[in-house]
Design a protein around this ligand. Structure first.
Ligand code: HEC
Ligand code: HEC
Ligand code: HEC
Ligand code: HEC
Ligand code: HEC
Ligand code: HEC
Length: 346
C-alpha cells in the first residue's frame, strides 16, 4: 500500500519536474480562501496562497522549499526537546514529551506503562506522516499531518475542542493534564501538591476560554469557543499567529515563534505585547496569594486546606502564568480572571 502510493507519488513527481523544466518560473496558484470573519466584524487572516494544480506536489516536495523549514525548525523548543530526557520516557508524560510516546498515544490511546528508553524529541515525522487524501482542491490541504481532527481533552475525557483546521494539531500537547480538580463551590479546598495548577501548557484551553475558575466580580467573562467573545480565537489561530510566513528562521514557520505580521493584520498600528495591566496585576495577585500563605516566591504552592475562593484565585494565577502569553491568548478572559481574583482576595 505504502509502496504503491510512493510509486504514484514518484510518477507525479517526475512529470512535475518535466513541467518545471519547460517553464522558467513556477506559476503561482490562485489566492487561498480568506479567513472567516471574526465576531466583531474583523476579517480573519488571509489563507496561504494556493499552489498551482500541475505543480502541486513539487511546490512542497523540493529541497529549496524544505531548507527554510528545516532551518526554522532547528530554532524551535520542540526540536531541542528540553524535557525529553526527564519526561519523554515516563508513562503519563511521554504522550506530550517524546516522539515515541506521542505516536503510541495517537495510535493506541495510551503510552507504554513501562515507559521508554532512548526516546527522541518531537521531529518532522512526529507531527507529519502521509496525506489522507490527494484531492487537495476539494478536501483542503492536510499537510500530511497525523492529527488534524477535533480533540477530546484529557482533563475530563468529554470536552471536545475543535479549531477547525491545522491548529487542531497543537491541542494534543498544549492542554492541561488531568492532575487536579478545578476548585469550585464553597467547601474548603485541599491543595495536595506544590505543583497545583494546569500542567504546563494550557494554551488551547485558555484560547478556547475554558478550564478556569471564574470567580464572580466586577469584570464580565467572555463566552467560550467558536461563538465566544475572543477575537484571537475566532479570527486567528495557533498556526496563523505562531507559524506565519517569514524570511527569518527565528520567527514564524516551523520556529513556532509569533510573527509581527500575524498581529498587524488586525492591529494595524502594531500590537501591544501584553494585555493592559497584565504584569502589574499578576504581581498584585501573587503578593495577595503569598500574604494568604498559599504561594511561595518561586510560584510553587504550599499544600494545605484553604477557603475555596483562595484556591480558585491560585488556580487562575497558575493558569495565566503557565499560559505564557501575557494574556494575549484570551485578553478579555485574562483581564476578568485577574481583576476578579484580586477583588476576591482583597
Ligand atoms: C502543502 C505542502 C504539500 C503538498 C502540496 C504536497 N505534499 Fe506530500 N507531504 C507534505 C508533507 C509536510 C509531508 C510529510 C512528510 C515529509 O516531510 O516529507 C508529505 C508527505 C508525502 C508523502 C510521504 C508519505 C509516505 O507514505 O511516506 C508522499 C508519498 C507525498 N507527500 C506525496 C505527495 C503528492 C503525490 C503530492 C501532490 C499530489 C503532494 N505530496 C503534495 C506536504 C505536501
Ligand atoms: C498533555 C501534555 C503533557 C503531559 C501529559 C505532560 N506535559 Fe510537561 N509540558 C507540556 C507542554 C506543552 C510543555 C511546554 C509548555 C510551554 O512551553 O508553555 C511542558 C513543559 C514541561 C516542562 C518544562 C517546564 C518549564 O517550566 O519549562 C517539564 C519539566 C515537564 N513538562 C515535565 C513533565 C512531566 C514530568 C510530566 C509527567 C508527570 C509531564 N510533563 C506531562 C505538556 C505535557
Ligand atoms: C509540532 C508539529 C510539527 C512538526 C514537529 C513539524 N511540522 Fe510541518 N507543519 C505542521 C503544521 C501544523 C503545518 C500546517 C501549517 C499551516 O496550516 O499553514 C505544517 C506544514 C508543513 C509543510 C507545508 C507548509 C509549507 O510551509 O510548505 C511542510 C512542507 C512541512 N510542514 C514540513 C515539515 C518538516 C520538514 C518538519 C521537520 C523539520 C516539520 N514539518 C515538523 C506541524 C509540524
Ligand atoms: C507532540 C506534542 C506537541 C505538539 C503536537 C505541539 N507541541 Fe508545542 N511544545 C510541546 C512541548 C513538549 C514543548 C516544550 C518543549 C520542551 O521544552 O521540551 C512545546 C513548546 C512549544 C512552544 C515554545 C517553543 C520554544 O521554542 O520554547 C511553542 C510556541 C509551541 N510549542 C507551539 C506549538 C504549536 C503552535 C503547535 C501546533 C502547530 C504545537 N506547539 C504542537 C509539545 C507539542
Ligand atoms: C493572537 C495570536 C496568538 C494565537 C491565536 C495563539 N498564540 Fe500562542 N502566543 C502568542 C503570543 C503573542 C505569545 C507570547 C510570545 C512571547 O512571549 O514572545 C504566545 C505564547 C505562546 C506559548 C509560550 C511560548 C514561550 O514563551 O515558551 C505557547 C507554548 C503558545 N503560545 C502556544 C499556542 C497554541 C498551542 C495556540 C493555539 C491553541 C496559540 N499559542 C495561539 C500569540 C498567539
Ligand atoms: C483577527 C484579528 C486579530 C489578530 C490577528 C490579532 N489580534 Fe489582538 N486583538 C484583536 C481584538 C479585536 C482585540 C480586542 C479584544 C477582543 O475582541 O478579543 C485584541 C486584543 C489584543 C490585546 C489586548 C489589548 C488590551 O487592551 O488589553 C493584545 C495584547 C493583543 N490583542 C495582542 C495581539 C498580538 C500580539 C497579536 C499577534 C501575535 C494579535 N493580537 C493578533 C484582534 C486581533
Amino acid at each position: 500500500m505504502k509502496n504503491l502510493k510512493l510509486i504514484g507519488f514518484l510518477v507525479i513527481f517526475a512529470s512535475s519536474l518535466t513541467f518545471i523544466q519547460c517553464t522558467s518560473d513556477p506559476i503561482m496558484g490562485p489566492q487561498g480562501i480568506s479567513g472567516i470573519d471574526g465576531t466583531d466584524g474583523i476579517d480573519g487572516v488571509n489563507g496561504v496562497n494556493g499552489v498551482d494544480g500541475t505543480a502541486s506536489c513539487v511546490a512542497c516536495h523540493n529541497n529549496s522549499h524544505r531548507e527554510p523549514i528545516n532551518e526554522s525548525y532547528a530554532m524551535s523548543g520542540h526540536a531541542a526537546g528540553g524535557a525529553v530526557g526527564y519526561a519523554g520516557g515516563r508513562n503519563g508524560c511521554a504522550q506530550c514529551h517524546s516522539n515515541e510516546g506521542y505516536l503510541d498515544y495517537l495510535n493506541t490511546g495510551a503510552t507504554n506503562p513501562d515507559g521508554y528508553t532512548g526516546q527522541g524529541p518531537v521531529s518532522c515525522m512526529t507531527c507529519h506522516d502521509q496525506h489522507s487524501t490527494f484531492d487537495f482542491e476539494n478536501d483542503g490541504h492536510d499537510f500530511a499531518l497525523r492529527s488534524i481532527d477535533a480533540e477530546v481533552l484529557y482533563y475530563d475525557g468529554i470536552t471536545v475542542l475543535d479549531f477547525e483546521g491545522t491548529s487542531n494539531n497543537c491541542i494534543a500537547c498544549h492542554q492541561p493534564r488531568n492532575s487536579y480538580v478545578i476548585p469550585a463551590g464553597s467547601d474548603p479546598y485541599e491543595i495536595t501538591s506544590k505543583r497545583f495548577g494546569p500542567h504546563h501548557g494550557p494554551q488551547s484551553t485558555v484560547l478556547e476560554g475554558i478550564l478556569t475558575a471564574n470567580i464572580p466580580g466586577s469584570v464580565g467573562y467572555p463566552g467560550s469557543g467558536a461563538n465566544g467573545d475572543n477575537t484571537h480565537r475566532t479570527g486567528s489561530s495557533c498556526v496563523s499567529c505562531h507559524m506565519g510566513a517569514s524570511t527569518d528562521p527565528n520567527t514564524g514557520m516551523h520556529s513556532f515563534w509569533v510573527t509581527e505580521d500575524s498581529c498587524t493584520a488586525c492591529h494595524t498600528n502594531g500590537a501591544p505585547a501584553e494585555v493592559t495591566d497584565f504584569t502589574a496585576d499578576m504581581a498584585t495577585l501573587k503578593q495577595l496569594l503569598m500574604d494568604k500563605g498559599l504561594l511561595l516566591e518561586d510560584n510553587y504552592l504550599i499544600p494545605g486546606t484553604y477557603p475555596n475562593i483562595e484556591a480558585q484565585a491560585a488556580w487562575n494565577y497558575r493558569t495565566l502564568l503557565e499560559d505564557k502569553s501575557h494574556g494575549v491568548h484570551n485578553p478579555k478572559l485574562s483581564k476578568a480572571l485577574l481583576k476578579n481574583s484580586i477583588e476576591a482576595l482583597q
